[in-house]
Design a protein around this ligand. Structure first.
Ligand code: HEC
Length: 201
């Protein structure tokens, strides 16, 4: 038999054979069952597989915090907002580079609501029942940077929380918002603005 006929007949047979199932509900042969049927690990739990004990993750020792993690002490309450406004200062020194990074983050996460220049005219803002106030409004011009950080962290009103951004990233955003407000280096505001408290949440 010419090889070409042989190959044609063989592949035809294999094709038909591969389509024929005795049990229509059977998924057929699994080449790598471990990939399809992975053992689900629950974190902070031990499970036993084939006599071996596997830990999902170890419970952190008490009174420890993860490396690089900075706990945020102010709760998402009106009091927390006030305290953040009084006590928090931007730990990142102002520099052109930091402002550039802030701008990059702002373009990704804020422009669609606050608008490129912070006037509250982003595309999404147009769909909101109440657009964000311009950063240059009197209230926001007087907003202490700690309150700004607090609101970026927890969100405020129609603005969602941005705690998925690192602490440093949120402070860089504060620098950039200051730039949009026309404030220059180290223009931190110390007065607390109690009118902001009522509209919290
Ligand atoms: C879904 C749209 C939306 C997004 C996204 C958004 N904001 Fe807002 N933001 C708002 C609205 C609406 C308000 C007014 C909230 C209020 O006072 O009720 C606001 C308020 C603020 C304030 C004033 C907070 C205060 O305490 O009064 C700051 C500062 C701010 N946003 C910064 C940011 C930054 C920085 C980002 C990006 C990380 C961002 N926002 C993303 C809608 C948004």
């Amino acid at each position: 038999m010419k090889p070409i006929y042989f190959i044609t007949i063989l592949s035809g047979t294999l094709f038909v054979a591969s389509c024929t199932k005795k049990n229509v509900n059977s998924p057929g042969f699994e080449y790598m069952p471990d990939m399809y049927r992975a053992v689900g690990l629950e974190y902070y739990h031990a499970i036993t597989v084939d006599g071996d004990t596997i830990w999902g993750a170890m419970v952190p020792p008490e009174h420890t915090i993860a490396r690089g993690y900075k706990p945020y002490p102010y709760p998402n309450t009106a009091e927390g907002y006030e305290l953040a406004g009084q006590n928090l200062k931007n730990p990142i020194p102002y520099s052109e580079e930091v402002v550039k990074e802030g701008e990059m983050l702002y373009t990704k996460y804020c422009t669609h609501c606050h608008g490129a220049t912070g006037q509250g005219d982003g595309k999404v803002a147009a769909k909101l029942p109440g657009p964000p106030p311009p950063y240059t409004s009197a209230n926001l011009m007087n907003l202490p940077e700690g309150k700004m950080f607090h609101s970026i962290t927890y969100g405020k009103g129609l603005m969602g929380p941005h705690n998925f951004l690192s602490v440093d990233e949120r402070w860089k955003l504060v620098h950039y918002v200051h730039k949009l407000q026309g404030k220059t280096e180290n223009a931190s505001i110390t007065s607390t603005d109690s009118t902001q408290t009522n509209s919290k949440k």
